[in-house]
Design a binder for this molecule. Structure first.
Ligand SMILES: Nc1nc2c(ncn2[C@@H]2O[C@H](COP(=O)(O)OP(=O)(O)O)[C@@H](O)[C@H]2O)c(=O)[nH]1
Ligand SMILES: [Mg+2]
Length: 595
């Protein structure tokens, strides 16, 4: 169903009470007797009434104008107070628009609450007992951008009280339970490779009940826009230290870990000869082996104390309650595991024995890299539990409000422009424009780096006439896109730089903002084999948008997302597919018909 933002922002019945009164008094005079002598009196009365009516109409119009002017003034002052709305760019309209829809949304949520079922990914409430008690989250922002919230906050009561069956018994020995830890080396690729890896790591920590030790901050590949502080910790992007998050995964820093466990009395004492270098690298570290604060100091220390499972592309990680408790895996589950892992991968069952290890360390060197989406790498044979972790990723592993707020303002501006051209916004607040992710830069896969003419030719049938195309890209030379501009109204993040005050934000957020904006396009086309594109599709999935509106610019793969990926091979990381979002609020495997 289609709904229009203009329709939402109409002001029903502002002058109604005054209007009705006059309507009543006009009717009251109508039945008067009309004798000859009374005619002139009547004419005078009619004239007086007409003057009165005209006066009333003038006042109503004036009243409306005054209110619009008021909206615009508030918008103007919002911009003065640094709310990042610049004038002359439709900013004032956005704010007043958002104010109006705010009022309507409150009305909506008072009446029925925001629906927890999202578009095509949603399920009827009767099939989602895990959601009972939950509601949609909220984004802190000067304008209402809550339509971007695909996560629940709070989660449903059942999820809040969930206890993993894979934590194992305590093995304190001396009767005192000692904390068990998970440490890891972050991926060395671009941000979305790191993100993929983090999702795996966080689920592993949550499911095993281990305290997760965040690595020292490192300069992230292609994310070094912050000239003063190149070292980035993941809390710069995610809200890791909120109470709710900590309730699901206990997170501490490497520094804290060393304070707790690295001393002589700790579980993992640091060799005296190494103490200084380990400490030096524990807050920030560099990948260069020769650096004074090389990360290797930390990794070597952890590796020397830990159990290091060889997780990589040849394994898949299995959580099965029977196997965990030392029993035989049911034949039905064994079959499911076999089909999940495919021909080439060996299942690695998490068992009580694995859980006896006090410290597990995940290496990330060659041969130890998990280059896979968690829902293609880990498998919980109990679907209700698997879905709990899929919700955990959706509901918790989303970017900071600041990032969504900026993206939300730009989406509103694009939709307003789109609406003026007659394009509609969908039920979940998406659309009104279409989008692309054109990855160029350092992507290794040359075949998918096609010319702008090819992008246009391959995709023109997916766009509507005169539709705005928002292009997320790492291409700096925007003239590259001139061939598309000949046909469509093209927009980039840079076009909204002042409007959304992007200069005030951490430069590393820009790719994330681009991701979010592109995820709301009616139709989306990405770059095949880019994990950045993959995440745009994931977000679309979370919003309940159909994969049938997602394409690749590379002709050979244009419609691969139109099929549910049911196999695993070495390139699976390059796509995201509906297992990540369809039916994840329910307790059973979803039908694969609609996605
Ligand atoms: N602002 C912006 N940056 C991008 C875009 N595409 C790629 N980048 C940058 O390049 C990096 C690409 O690495 P990654 O996230 O691993 O994605 P992949 O290499 O395409 O799989 C991103 O993290 C961004 O820093 C884009 O559309 N907009
Ligand atoms: Mg990359």
């Amino acid at each position: 169903m289609i709904r229009s933002r203009a329709a939402k922002s109409s002001r029903p019945g502002a002058p109604s009470s005054g209007g009705n009164q006059h309507y009543r008094s006009a009717r009251a005079v109508a039945p008067m007797k009309r004798s000859k002598g009374t005619y002139s009196r009547l004419n005078w009365k009619v004239l007086k009434m007409m003057i009165f009516l005209i006066g009333a109409v003038v006042m109503v119009v004036f009243y409306q104008r005054l209110h619009i002017a008021e909206d615009l003034t508030t918008a103007g002052s919002a911009s003065e107070s640094g709310s990042s709305i610049s004038s002359g760019n439709g900013g004032a309209q956005i704010v007043s628009n958002a104010k109006r829809s705010n009022a309507e949304r409150n009305f909506k949520s008072e009446r029925q609450g925001r629906s927890l079922a999202r578009g095509i990914s949603g399920l009827p409430l009767s099939e989602t007992p895990a959601l009972v008690g939950g509601s949609r989250g909220h984004i802190q922002c000067e304008v209402d951008v809550d339509e971007l919230v695909y996560w629940n906050d709070p989660q449903g009561t059942r999820d809040v009280n969930f206890q993993s069956p894979f934590t194992g018994k305590s093995h304190g020995g001396d009767g005192e339970e000692k904390t068990k830890y998970l440490t890891f080396e972050p991926d060395r690729g671009g941000w979305n490779n790191i993100r993929m890896n983090l999702e795996n790591v966080f689920i592993l920590a949550a499911a095993t009940g281990r305290t997760l030790v965040m690595p020292p901050a490192v300069p992230v590949y292609l994310l070094t826009h912050d000239k003063e502080e190149k070292h980035k910790g993941f809390a710069d992007f995610y809200n890791l230290y909120s109470d709710e998050f900590q309730h699901r995964v206990k997170i501490i820093s490497t520094e804290e870990f060393i304070t707790r466990e690295g001393g002589e009395d700790g579980q993992f004492p640091i060799l005296e000869s190494k103490r200084e270098e380990v400490l030096k690298s524990s807050i920030e570290c560099d990948k260069r082996a020769k650096s004074d604060i090389s990360c290797d100091h930390i990794w070597e220390y952890l590796e020397s104390k830990a159990f290091v499972p060889q997780f990589n592309g040849t394994t898949c990680l299995i959580f099965d309650e029977d196997s965990f408790e030392g029993q035989t895996v049911s034949s039905e589950n064994a079959e499911r595991v076999k089909s999940f892992c495919g021909e080439k991968r060996i299942p690695y069952y998490i068992t009580e024995a694995t859980q006896e290890e006090q410290l597990i360390h995940l290496k990330n060197a060659k041969g130890w890299r998990i280059m896979a989406h968690y829902y293609g790498y880990m498998y919980f044979t109990n679907t209700a539990i698997f879905n709990y972790y899929k919700r955990f990723v959706r509901d918790f592993m989303h970017y900071h409000d600041e990032i969504y707020c900026a993206a939300g303002k730009i989406i509103l501006a694009l939709q307003l422009e789109g609406e003026k051209l007659g394009f509609k916004i969908d039920e979940e607040g998406g659309g009104g424009f279409s989008s692309m992710h054109v990855r160029r830069g350092d992507l290794q896969y040359k075949a998918v780096k096609i010319s702008a003419e090819e992008w246009y030719d391959n995709l023109k049938d997916t766009w509507q006439d005169k539709e705005i195309i928002y292009i997320a890209t790492d291409e700096r030379n925007k003239t590259f896109f001139d061939p598309i501009k000949e046909h469509n109204n093209v927009k980039f993040l840079d076009d909204y730089w002042d409007y959304a005050d992007l200069g005030k934000l951490d430069g590393n957020y820009m790719g994330m903002i681009d991701t979010i904006i592109a995820s709301r396009g009616r139709s989306f086309a990405g770059t095949f084999r880019s994990t950045f594109t993959g995440y745009i599709n994931r977000m679309r999935g979370y919003h309940g948008m159909s994969m049938k509106d997602s394409y690749y610019g590379f002709l050979e793969k244009k419609k691969v997302t139109h099929e549910w990926l049911d196999y695993y091979d070495g390139t699976t990381f390059a796509l995201e597919w509906p297992d990540g979002w369809i039916g994840i609020d329910g307790d059973v495997e979803p039908s694969k018909v609609k996605f």
